[in-house]
Design a protein around this ligand. Structure first.
Ligand SMILES: *Cc1c(COP(=O)(O)O)cnc(C)c1O
Length: 375
């Protein structure tokens, strides 16, 4: 059976918006405004209205976005930054790169996000920031995180690379989008992300006017206003105009893309819920899910065997992630054996993500769940 199932099918999605993108590319080539062209400004405005953030600063990728965010906060080497151990490496990498100290916190077994009940015990006089990651498409318990940040005077930088569009509801009924709750939010337009470019891209969100000036300046070699006058040390991080063309075409469709992903997730949930050895993704009551990943827990110790079986049947699946960060060679020195990070260790043995994207067909979905049932 060749159903050409892929984890993410960017090609089929492209074919539906091809004309618009080619036309946009032509305009960029004709104008030769490859850097900071008008399409970048248009995208910045579109992302502003989509997220309801006061300021959007586009940049080169999602890793830079986190790095620039941390640079803007004026932290000192040795300052401690709280981060989940259950995340993609980029989040902790930039912390280490800036000579800050990552303090790893375990995951919540249900949501996969940072366990907010394990943060306070790790806060010291050196703690300066919390970097929650909205993993797989669901917002962390931001109400609790913001309470802790307020109590201990900490900055909050939200890594929203996997959760663009996820909406979080506070207990007073206020609704905010992931990335717009803390001091700064960051996201990635890596091709497989929910809003993916055809190359690298990223963005930084903030509602703070002063931080916006610093963030923008840091992305442009530390220029805070006047060209060729550099007030702080920055870097070079820009979203190029061609990528903005693609993002302009896709951001208009992002809500529809989110709906398609949720339909796939609902289908999997219904089909797999009766299988007692599979735990389908938990739906947090305070957050919508944008399903960057559909991540199950395989409870019978057969995760590897299931993955191999699916592979034989031409169904890809992925393990996000095979090893929590505190076990990685580059980060193990920041891990202290007194830390209890056992949930993340357990997750690394149980998680399996199924194909999920905007172009999945009924026959693909039926084939995937039937194959799993026959395992
Ligand atoms: C993809 C991702 C990043 C990094 O984004 P890039 O654009 O690839 O640099 C950071 N954090 C998380 C959680 C991600 O999934």
């Amino acid at each position: 059976m060749n159903l050409n199932i892929q984890m993410v099918d960017t090609k089929s999605q492209f074919l539906k918006i091809k004309e618009e993108i080619y036309k946009g590319f032509e305009e960029v080539f004709e104008s030769s405004q490859f850097i900071n062209g008008k399409q970048v400004k248009e995208f910045t405005e579109a992302l502003k209205s989509f997220t309801r953030a006061k300021h959007i600063i586009p940049c080169a990728n999602g890793t830079d976005a986190i790095q620039v965010a941390l640079m803007a906060l004026g932290l000192e080497p040795g300052d401690e930054v709280i981060v989940p151990t259950w995340t993609y490496v980029a989040t902790a990498e930039v912390i280490a790169l800036l000579k800050l100290k990552p303090i790893f916190i375990d995951a919540d077994y249900n949501t996969f996000n940072i366990d907010v009940n394990k943060i306070e015990e790790k806060i010291t006089s050196k703690t300066k920031a919390i970097v929650p990651v909205h993993l797989y498409g669901q917002t962390c318990e931001m109400e609790k995180i913001m309470e802790l940040a307020k109590k201990y005077n900490l900055f909050v930088v939200e890594d929203t690379a996997q959760a663009i569009g996820s909406e979080y509801t506070f207990s007073d009924g206020a609704v905010k989008q992931a990335g717009t709750i803390g001091n700064i939010g960051t996201t990635s337009f890596y091709p497989s992300k929910n809003l993916g470019a055809y190359g690298d891209g990223g963005a930084i969100y903030t509602n703070d006017d002063d931080l916006a000036v610093r963030l923008k300046g840091i992305c442009h070699h530390g220029e805070l206003g006047v060209k060729y006058y550099h007030d702080i040390v920055g870097c070079n991080s820009r979203l190029d105009t061609l990528q903005a063309v693609i993002l302009n075409a896709k951001i208009k469709r992002l809500k529809d893309y989110e709906t398609s992903r949720n339909e796939v997730a609902d289908f999997y949930d219904n089909a797999l819920k009766e299988m007692d050895w599979i735990e389908t993704p938990f739906r947090s009551k305070n957050s919508t899910h944008v399903f960057h990943q559909y991540t199950m827990k395989i409870k019978n110790g057969q995760r590897e065997a299931l993955k191999t079986y699916l592979q034989e049947k031409e169904i890809p699946s992925m393990i996000y992630y095979p090893m929590p960060l505190h076990f990685q060679k580059a980060y193990a020195m920041h891990y202290n054996a007194s830390y209890d990070l056992s949930i993340s260790e357990k997750l690394s043995k149980e998680v399996l993500s199924l194909p999920i994207h905007t172009e999945m067909t009924e026959s693909q979905l039926h084939y995937i769940v039937e194959t799993i049932k026959n395992f």
